[in-house]
Every structure is written in C-alpha cells, then in structure tokens.
Ligand binder design. Structure first.
Ligand code: ATP
Length: 286
C-alpha cells in the first residue's frame, strides 16, 4: 500500500528534545477507516508522535504523510480534514455548549450539523448549559464534539479518557465506535490496555521512543504471551510459582508428588497486560 492510500504513513520518525530522544525511529501505517491504538507508558513518545502528525511539532528526521500531505507543510484545507481533540480546549466558559459548537463549525468548509454532533457526544441535555457548569467528563465530550464538528476523515485523540470514571469511559468508547462505523479513521493514545483492546483494530506498543510490538491484541497475546504460570502451595505452606511452556507436564508432576489435591493450585495464561508489561520492561512493577 502506498503512502497515499494509507491515512497515516510514517517512516523512520525521530525527535529529540535536547538530550532526550523522545521518538527513536518509528514506522507506522494506519489504513483508512481503521481504529489504531498507540499504547505505552509515561514518556514513551506517544504525544510527541501525535503532535508531529497534527503538524504542531517539528521532527528531526523521517517521512510523514497524513491524508496525503506532510503535516509540516499542511494547508488549511488539509487541517480541516484532520480532527484534533485538545486536552484543554480554550472554549469560553460563559458560552453554552450549543453556542460553542456552532461557533467552531464556522471554521470549517463542510461542518457537520451542530445539533447532530451534540447528540452524538451525548450532550443534548446540556446543550443550553454554560461550559463552566459542565463536569469534567461532560467537558471532555465537548472537546470531542469540537474535534469532530469539521467532519474529519482522521481523528487524533491523545489520551482521550484520562480522568474518566468507568461509566464515562464506556460511553466514550461507544462514541468512538460510532465514529469508526461512520468511516472515520481514528488514532488514539492510551495508557489503558483495556481501552486499546476494546477499541483498536490494531495497536502498537511504544516504549523508549520505539515500537516494540504491533498487531491485533489477539495476535500480540499469541505471539508474546506464550507459556503459563503454575502456582501451588507446598505442605509446609511455602507458596511456589513456576513459569513454564508446558503447564500440563508441571501439573502432572505435582499430582504424582502430592498424590491427591494440590494445595492452592492455579494455572494462568498471560493476559494482554502481562504481555504489555513484559514488552515495555515493566514486568516487575506490578
Ligand atoms: N517539550 C518538551 N521538551 C523537552 N522534553 C520533552 C518535551 N515533550 C516531551 N518531552 C520528553 O520526551 C519524552 C517523550 O514524551 P511524550 O510526551 O511524547 O511521551 P508520552 O508517551 O506521550 O508520555 P505520557 O504517557 O506521559 O503522556 C519524555 O521523556 C518527555 O519528558
């Protein structure tokens, strides 16, 4: 697939801040209509990458094509095709939700209908409330409304659900799924594995400015999450843990030794979280 057929094509992307290498040679290809998750710990280089894709940060090296253009030289027409959800949208606190969404619609050549966008993000009941009266989660929905009011082909979301309660997070996921169903290509960064698994068609795990793994969550688990952990308790009460590629054989050995019930027996396969912690070198931080 050529870079013009992909929504986002990145090759050899590098960015340094002084002595800190934030992005250290990232390659990325996101297909049109895909939901792609960038997953990684604090400081991995996710925000820097997204800011470069938005055209809001310069790069030191690499080729970047977003909707057929280099973001560093993106025109106003190009910008109107890319939706960005800012962390702290500086919308005037005294305006109502409806006024704000209508106001932002004027910046775009072919905006979506403001009323429709307000209901898409679930803010109908708050349409005539002032922004200053919104809760944190409602405020974030407004940010998303402002990110999609221009009818973007590509939506870039940097940690969209940080600070959400579980119910708000799940409602937000429904919104993302709805936008994806309408054909919007979506790139989101997240710390939450569960979120990446729930939303992303494919995900890339970023650590230390590099992509350490990429694929569907099922493929990542199958590829990196091999083996199992067998846990049991010895007669003297000592807890034992063994990591093995052949858990059945381990359990068979224990059955012979214990000649009956094996106290505290537990066999577990790695979760995506285990895979993620292993890939990002945080395995022992649990
Ligand atoms: N404006 C800046 N000036 C100097 N260093 C920066 C700047 N922005 C980011 N960095 C550094 O670059 C590295 C990557 O940061 P970045 O914000 O891209 O990571 P991230 O994966 O988005 O992290 P988080 O999950 O914490 O948001 C970090 O070491 C960070 O301290």
């Amino acid at each position: 697939m050529t870079s013009n057929e992909l929504a986002v094509a990145v090759r050899g992307l590098r960015k340094r801040y002084g002595d800190v290498t934030a992005v250290d040679g990232i390659d990325l290809g996101i297909e049109k209509g895909e939901v792609f998750g960038l997953l990684g710990p604090n400081g991995a280089g996710k925000s820097t990458t997204v800011e470069i894709l938005q055209g809001h940060r310069s790069r030191d090296a690499g080729e970047v094509t977003v909707l057929g253009s280099d973001p560093a030289t993106g025109t106003r027409a190009w910008r109107s095709r890319v939706g960005i959800v800012w962390q702290d949208e500086s919308a005037p606190a005294e305006l109502t939700v409806r006024e704000t969404v209508r106001h932002f619609a004027r910046y775009y050549p072919r905006p979506r209908d403001p009323g429709e966008v307000i209901s898409l993000v679930g803010l109908e009941a708050k349409a005539d409330s002032r922004i200053k009266s919104l809760s944190g989660g409602q405020r974030r929905r407004l940010d998303v409304a402002l990110g999609v009011i221009g009818g973007p082909e590509l939506l870039l979301l940097d940690e969209p659900t940080t600070g959400f309660d579980p119910a708000a997070r799940r409602q937000f996921w429904d919104l993302i799924r709805q936008l994806a169903a309408e054909g919007t290509t979506i790139l989101l960064t997240t710390h939450y594995l569960e979120e990446a698994e729930a939303l992303a068609d494919r995900l890339a795990v970023v650590a230390g400015g590099r992509i350490v793994a990429e694929g569907t969550s099922a493929a990542l688990r199958a590829r990196f999450g091999t083996g199992a952990t067998v846990e049991w308790t010895e007669h003297d009460g000592t807890a034992r843990t063994e990591r093995t590629e052949t858990p059945t054989r381990t359990v068979a050995g224990l059955m012979r030794r214990f000649d009956g019930e094996i106290p505290g027996l537990r066999v577990s396969r790695p979760t995506l979280e285990d895979v993620y912690l292993r890939l990002t070198g945080q395995e022992n931080t649990r």
